[in-house]
Design a protein. Sequence first.
Length: 315
Amino acid sequence: MKTHNIVSVSGGKDSTATLLLALERETENVRAVFADTGNEHQATYDYLDYLEEATCVEIERIVPDFSKQIEHKREVVKTKWVKDGVDDEIIQAALSVLKPTGNPFLDLCLWKGRFPSSKVRFCTTELKVFPIQQQIFEPLLAEMDTQDIYSWQGVRADESLSRANLPVEDEADNGVINYRPILDWSADEVFAFHDRHGIKPNPLYKQGMSRVGCMPCINVRKDELRQIVTRFPEEIKRIAKWEALVAAASKRGSATFKCAVDYPGVSKDDAISHTTHGIGMAAEWAMTVRGGRQLDLIASTADYKSCSSAYGLCE
């Protein structure tokens, strides 16, 4: 009977420390798994390659596929939307973009006809939880010689109230054991553990990012979005293109990456669209102070080529 230890690796500091801890303990049957959302910065993909070479551990890439869901939505558009009296121009626009792109995040949003939000946050479940469950856990659970499956998760209590209430270990409904070995660690302890093993952290932590994952995350903080706008403008341009595609796949004909009513002066009764309230507005808002009423002159002239770390990593 085998015990399997599956370590979820995102390319961020906490999951990296979790993998290093599993290796330090000489844990048996360790498998490192990365669920690719398709909305990651290239630096994270490069870091995963570095981590593989530095640890001599292969990191399996899990890529969700929403082709069937998109095909089903095409049928819904052709039938239900027509029956509901949706304008033919909107129907044709939806059909023109409802084709799998191969990018998990974009395909998920095309299927849903919207971007995830803080209130409807389907991204983590659809892009990480379900794919790992289907492609890793279910095949292992079907094997006759499997004894226990541990899901090693790099979560820490000081990240959020919900995580503070998690136990170090519990069992999921499917029988997989969730294991959170660094739950009580601080961020400083995490980076110190990198140093102890001679592993460099993801370089994005020195470029203004407080977390590593989607770039940007739908819940990106204003200061972090400011860093992305100035350091990585190409990511903002990519999101703008995605907004146009997802808007076309929406019955309302519009979709914004971030919730527009979160911006000062925007009401839910306004004529909100991706062209007027999309990621471009978010980028402008990120460069302001005083509730969005004034351009931050200091931020607009800052040197964003230099090191900037929320964790004091700059030398």
